[in-house]
Design a protein around this ligand. Structure first.
Ligand code: ATP
Length: 586
């Protein structure tokens, strides 16, 4: 397929915000594509050349991209830089200079999707001395053959700013439309994607054999997207919903997915990033204690004193997420993995069998030892027993409990009532924190002028519409250091206009590309005419009251992990029930 076709589709997608239209355009691209091409098209549309867990990014700094544009078009670096200052979009700069080329290219050829993909892959894996020059030359080589519109999209790949406003769910729908003319296969495609975190691979398999996709199994070393918990405010409601259930301790550490095949072990984060090197003691523990040749397990790792049974503070566990000093930290504060799931063992897909069976299997897979143990749990159908276990867990320094449906399969990548979390709710505080995407920031006023930072505008995800909706303006919870750091981070991703996926009635001083997630506590959820979260017609939306940031930017979460509009509305409903119960008691 010619890259021209894909660029044309991207142009059309850029001009619309309507999801159906975008689905239609994208399915038109998948229809004639070969399986191998479809794989590449998916990665390119995601702005990458490989699944995220491969850790390969096309990434080039703006300065180097500017050099490539200059090299290819015959303009000086200064001219390219000046134009970028004016327009704020290097894609548009490339489009302009390519259309007004000063030097003709000797080596013009029609660009195919394969060619563009191959050169971008070369750029992604180039490393070592002289690699920047090689990358600039490779990018310029593509630009030599590009039309103005192709050039616009080609330079956006290494800048990771595709601006297409297309999410993974829309790519999934487009694949189904390409083969079925409807969303008929979207659910099985989404399940397969959740099983391997590789939408390119799913597209390739689907276009090779549509039927096989329903039987897609987990694969060792391809991370599975995590199952997530819903919330309910009391033990009574949990038992009402699940009946007899397993109640597990909710450990507050790092969620790890462990993959093992023979002696080879890899560890992935909640966001499917490879983090094996950060946890040497757990890798050794898995080799010793996991009695399956091949396995995929999930657990929460935290610093724990097994002699005293004492849990160390969360911050101490988090310190492990760094490049240096891992060995020393692993010796001083070794982490312990509380394993709560077995998803795959010796060729068998365990995600489809009921929780009780998975848990039995898990018990057999893990041999006793000092590094790994099963997450503590009880099985009960009595609210009082559940509440007692919850109180005991809190006393031990845990975050709360997670109740699990005994009959539910493991639902990858979804938040469902198969798991229900119960956390400590203080009077006057929401019972749970929420994870919000930063979409803009305000310049400081008064005392904060010197930091140039006065707070952030944040959004949640609307899953049905595939869009982001604002829910809070947050000005507190930041230390002076954090303000400076936050501004530095956000300045790197500022954009001139409101992000395409966002619906907002507020305009911050600076818009940023939706990328960073922060965890936010609040007093309650209120109805607000100023925010677009859950806003329908003239009725008000939902907003957080007295929101404050807790902790740092969540490096373990991405935009797809942000809290959803549905969750905010559900929490608003729960809050009313709790108010009623509290009101009755006083
Ligand atoms: P939170 O910030 O509350 O941890 P989350 O969005 O990361 O929320 P949820 O699905 O809402 O994830 O809550 C489940 C989380 O709790 C898991 O991601 C995992 O990290 C942690 N956890 C701790 N103990 C357990 C357990 N026994 N079973 C499942 N998850 C557990």
């Amino acid at each position: 397929m010619l890259f021209e076709k894909l660029a044309e589709a991207y142009e059309k997608m850029e001009a619309t915000a309507a999801r159906l239209e975008i689905t239609d355009i994208m399915s038109g691209i998948f229809k004639p594509a070969s399986p191998e091409e479809a794989k590449k098209i998916v990665y390119l549309t995601q702005g990458t050349v490989a699944p995220s867990h491969a850790g390969i990014e096309v990434g080039m700094g703006e300065k180097f991209v500017e050099r490539a544009i200059a090299l290819s078009t015959g303009y000086s670096y200064k001219q390219v830089e000046a134009e970028y200052k004016k327009s704020g979009d290097l894609g548009k700069v490339a489009e302009k200079f390519v259309s007004e080329r000063r030097q003709g290219s000797l080596s013009r050829e029609d660009l195919s999707v394969k060619k563009v993909f191959d050169v971008l892959s070369r750029i992604a894996i180039a490393g070592g001395a002289g690699s920047q020059d090689a990358k600039i030359k490779s990018l310029a080589e593509l630009l030599n053959s590009a039309s103005p519109s192709e050039a616009k999209f080609i330079v956006r790949f290494p800048l990771a700013k595709m601006r297409l406003g297309i999410g993974d769910a829309t790519i999934v729908d487009s694949l189904s439309f390409a083969r079925r003319g409807s969303k008929e296969d979207s659910a099985v495609l989404a399940r397969a994607y959740n099983m391997c975190n590789d939408l390119g691979l799913v597209a390739e398999n689907y276009l090779t054999d549509e039927k096989s996709i329903a039987k897609f199994k987990p694969r060792v070393f391809s991370p599975i997207r995590p199952s997530l918990a819903e919330r309910l405010p009391t033990g009574e409601e949990i038992i009402e919903k699940l009946g007899k259930c397993s109640v597990e301790a909710k450990y507050d550490g790092l969620r790890l997915q462990v993959h093992k095949s023979g002696e080879k072990v890899e560890i992935f984060s909640r966001k499917q990033e490879k983090m094996t090197h950060m946890f040497p003691e757990i890798v050794a523990g898995v080799r010793k204690q996991v009695k399956a040749k091949e396995a995929i397990l999930e657990g929460e790792a935290l610093a724990f004193n097994s002699a005293t049974g004492e849990f160390f503070p969360f911050q101490l566990t988090m310190q492990r997420k760094r490049k240096y000093g891992v060995k020393e930290m692993a010796e001083k504060y070794p982490l312990h993995l509380f394993v709560f799931e077995a998803l795959f063992a010796d060729g068998e897909d365990l995600t489809t069998i009921p929780y009780v069976k998975r848990r039995q299997r898990l018990g057999k897979i893990i041999a006793p030892g000092e590094r790994l143990s099963l997450a503590d749990s009880i099985v009960t159908d009595k609210p009082a027993e559940l509440e007692k276990y919850f109180e005991e867990s809190i006393e031990k320094g845990l975050e709360g409990v997670i109740a699990k449906d005994l009959n539910a399969p493991y639902v990858a990548g979804a938040r469902q009532f198969a798991w229900i979390k119960l956390k400590r709710s203080y009077r006057g505080e929401l019972s749970d924190t929420v994870d919000l995407v930063i979409v803009g920031y305000y310049l400081g006023r008064g005392m904060r002028t010197e930091f140039g930072f006065g707070g952030v505008l944040c959004a949640v995800r609307d899953q049905d519409e595939g869009r982001l909706k604002t829910v809070a303006k947050i000005g507190s919870g930041f230390s002076e250091e954090e303000m400076t750091e936050m501004k530095g981070l956000l300045d790197k991703i500022k954009v001139k206009e409101k992000p395409k996926r966002l619906d907002s009635m507020l305009t911050p001083d600076v818009w940023v590309e939706p990328k960073y997630i922060i965890t936010v506590a609040a007093d309650e959820i209120t109805r607000s005419p100023m925010h677009t979260c859950g806003k329908k017609g003239d009725a008000p939306g939902y907003a957080l009251r007295f929101p404050r940031m807790t902790g740092n930017v969540r490096s373990d979460k991405g935009v797809d992990d942000a809290t959803t509009v549905e969750e905010i509305i559900a929490m608003h409903g729960m809050q009313k029930k709790v108010e009623m119960v509290e009101g009755e008691g006083s």
